[in-house]
Write a protein that binds this ligand. Structure first.
Ligand code: G
Ligand code: G
Ligand code: MN
Ligand code: NA
Length: 250
């Protein structure tokens, strides 16, 4: 099992990298955004995914330098794809969002990479918004104020209270992949239908996650969910493969 020392050594010696998964318009396959996802190439264990190392990183505080590196690296990669590249989503953990100075950190990273704030989407967990924490509220307002977009990741898995959607400046809901998987079962479409209605009512963009099959795409289209991510469209790819992906014919 990895420790803080392993993670620290990994960060210091360049064992982390990002892969990027497109967000597509389901009708046309057009890439409208990418999501940066952390990977750890461990010298002995091979490729380690975030589900394994993020809990340790968050518990030990190493998420702070690791998250800072991921944000800066993601923006450098976005800049390297040239101005034609779409928006980039970066996951930011609750621990990072509670740090004083997180807004300045994002502003500095954007400036250093020469990326306009409107091209960055910060993905947050639903649970973060339910804390009703003054620090978090101010940070979200600060990001929003500079033109950064905000998305709620894994939407629908957190809680049943939806009041926070009105009180936070959220732009995008990402429907958790469990709902997409649920489309296989009778009656489960109603849940996605309800989320589509919530997004419409509140004028939010919507992205379905974990779309693996054509029948899921068809069902989402029918329900009015026009944007999606998943293996059906593309797995996450290294930064160097993104330009070819953006040039892919529809
Ligand atoms: O890529 P994969 O599906 O294994 O990612 C699993 C989870 O890890 C995702 O839900 C995502 O939110 C999280 N994750 C991936 N990259 C990052 C990152 O750079 N920072 C944070 N905080 N979370 C990440
Ligand atoms: O940030 P988030 O937790 O939503 O991260 C998305 C995760 O889902 C990433 O780890 C990514 O590798 C994974 N993923 C991407 N596409 C698919 C898919 O079609 N099916 C499944 N099961 N997982 C996916
Ligand atoms: Mn995400
Ligand atoms: Na998610």
């Amino acid at each position: 099992l990895e420790t803080r020392a392993d993670l620290e050594a990994g960060l210091a010696t360049g064992q982390f990298h990002l892969v990027h998964q497109p967000v597509v318009e389901t009708g046309t396959g057009r890439v409208v955004a990418l999501e940066a996802l952390l990977r750890w190439q461990h010298p002995e264990r091979g490729l380690v995914g975030p589900d394994e190392f993020l809990p340790v990183a968050e518990a030990t505080g190493l998420i702070v330098p690791l998250g800072r590196w991921a944000l800066q690296q993601a923006l450098r990669e976005l800049a390297s794809w040239d101005g034609a590249a779409p928006r980039l989503h970066v996951n930011v953990s609750a621990v990072q969002m509670r740090l004083p100075g997180v807004v300045d950190e994002v502003r500095d990273a954007l400036a250093a990479a020469g990326v306009a704030p409107g091209r960055l989407v910060v993905e947050l967990t639903e649970s973060l918004l339910l804390e009703d924490d003054r620090v978090v509220r101010d940070a979200l307002a600060g990001l929003k104020g500079m033109g950064v977009h905000l998305a709620i990741d894994d939407f629908g898995t957190g809680y049943s209270s939806l009041g926070y959607l009105r009180s936070f400046p959220v732009d995008i809901l990402k429907i958790d992949k469990s709902f997409v998987r649920g489309l296989d079962e009778p009656g489960q479409e109603a849940l996605v239908d309800a989320i589509v209605r919530i997004a419409r009512t509140l004028d939010l963009e919507l992205v379905a996650e974990g779309v693996e099959r054509e029948d899921q795409r068809t069902a989402l289209d029918r329900l009015g969910c026009t944007h999606a991510q998943g293996w059906l469209f593309s797995s996450p790819v290294p930064a160097a493969a993104v330009p070819a992906l953006l040039a892919r014919p529809d």
